[in-house]
Design a protein around this ligand. Structure first.
Ligand code: HEM
Length: 206
């Protein structure tokens, strides 16, 4: 075995061995939960300290949209990461990460409904139908709802593993729709670098 192969198998070997004890896993999960709330805490802090800039609604809409996309990408990345690292316990974190995608998507949508349309559902609907990038974002959000609603252990049991898994594959449609929504929004300024980057990340998770 050459030196390089020796080093990589040594490193991968150690990676493979990392299997947290139940207490360590609980700590890790709590740390991840706290970290996932940081973007929300930052938004709240910025709101109360008047640091949202000249256009606060735009700031909140864009920030929550970004975090929805980040969490969708992280959710998708769990499966290939587990395969590469052999850290099977990563799967036990996927549901929580997915729920954070839904949490930020709900904030994103609520900002739109509240500040852009003052909860006027008819006006909101007109906007959703009229602007294709919003239509696509809306579809992605609607598709996320059944996934969030069936995320409890009780629902997994009620649906049965196979049907639950089939339903939750919708994430592979939702993430590209989120990217299309982002791409369409950026198309106005011919600025495609970020949507391409996220598209590449999502594509590599299939
Ligand atoms: C899974 C669902 C969604 C994802 C992943 C998502 C993601 C994003 C992203 C990444 C941005 C751009 C942020 C930036 O410029 O940095 C954005 C902007 C935006 N999204 Fe969404 N979005 C989703 C659903 C929705 C829904 C349901 C609506 C409303 C019905 C919506 C309305 C908007 C609007 C109005 C903007 C543009 C804000 C602006 O021009 O300043 N999005 N979204």
């Amino acid at each position: 075995m050459n030196a390089k192969a020796g080093i990589s198998s040594h490193v991968l070997g150690n990676v493979g061995m990392f299997n947290p004890a139940p207490k360590q896993f609980a700590l890790l999960k709590a740390a991840l939960f706290a970290a996932a709330l940081l973007p929300f805490a930052r938004l709240v802090l910025f709101t109360f300290t008047d640091r949202l800039g000249a256009n606060p609604i735009e700031f909140i809409t864009r920030n929550t949209g970004d975090w929805t996309l980040y969490f969708l990408c992280i959710t998708l990345a769990v499966t290939p990461l587990r395969r590469l690292s052999k850290w099977n316990w990563l799967l036990k974190l996927r549901r929580m990460i997915g729920l954070f995608a839904f949490f930020y998507a709900t904030l994103h949508f609520t900002t739109f409904l509240w500040f852009d349309h003052f909860f006027d559902l008819q006006e909101m609907w007109k906007d959703v139908v009229k602007r294709p990038f919003i239509t696509v974002g809306f579809i992605a959000f609607i598709l996320l709802i059944p996934l969030a609603a069936t995320s409890t252990n009780g629902m997994v049991r009620r649906l049965g593993g196979r049907r639950w898994q089939w339903l939750h594959r919708a994430i592979y449609i939702i993430a590209p729709l989120g990217i299309l929504h982002f791409w369409w929004m950026k198309a106005g300024k011919h600025n495609f670098s970020q949507p391409i980057l996220f598209g590449t990340i999502v594509r590599s998770c299939y």
